[in-house]
Design a protein around this ligand. Sequence first.
Ligand code: SF4
Length: 284
Amino acid sequence: MSEIKKSQFPPWIKTHLGGGAKFNKTAKILDDLGLQTICTNANCPNQGECWSRGTATVLILGNICTRNCPFCAVGHGKPLPPDPDEPGKVAEMTRRLEVKYLVITSVDRDDLADGGASQFRSVVAACRTRDAKMRFELLVPDFWKCQDAALEILDDVLPFVFGHNVETVPELYKTARPGGNYQRSLDLLRKAKVKWPEIPTKSSLMLGLGETDGQVLAVLKDLREAGCDRVSLGQYLRPSRDALEVVDFVTPEKFDWWAEKAKEAGFNWVMSSPFTRSSYHADE
Ligand code: SF4
């Protein structure tokens, strides 16, 4: 398929421009502390809106992923060792930005024995030292080969919302998420729910990669069977020229329809719109 130019975007695809004092403050604090965010690394279209609200999703464990998913703009290769100062820097960021709810995510760290779980734990612990009431959403990788050990490590810093994204339908994993495994992702969500029945679990799907309605409905059913409580659905937008192309644009009305379908499936928190991302308005 030929490349879709911005001028060919449907009218509902408009990026939210950044700017203003709060946006600049967020950018400066992140820059001063040398912190990474998924907002910039994934070229998220909501950066203007979120940063203007003083919200950013921290990307810990560096910005070099051990996998290479063609839907994602984050770089891949051999990552650096975890930064021992990172927990303190994130805590300082939450202080300066007066953050009460923080989404923390990471690249895949298949090179680490615990998949990076202990760094998640250290970051949460450091932030809680500053503000014991802070709430967290952890958007974790699939902890390939270390799921049980990783959940045991995270058990030390409950509670939080536990998020892991299936991203797309299993039929598209080969093209969109070749390093992932759909069942492995469901297993992680299921294990988290069994281990922590009171902890909300959450997953996200991108639409517009060529999936069918039936395939998406099947994923919603699988997620519910894995005990997943929350789901978000958003439009896939090509984050870089090297990334997979958009196959189709889902209308806002269809996203509303998906929200209804997700509620009917039993999810107790649903966000579904073209610009929904897993961390979009996560604090609401
Ligand atoms: S939706 Fe998430 S990743 Fe995108 S800008 Fe907002 S906080 Fe960052």
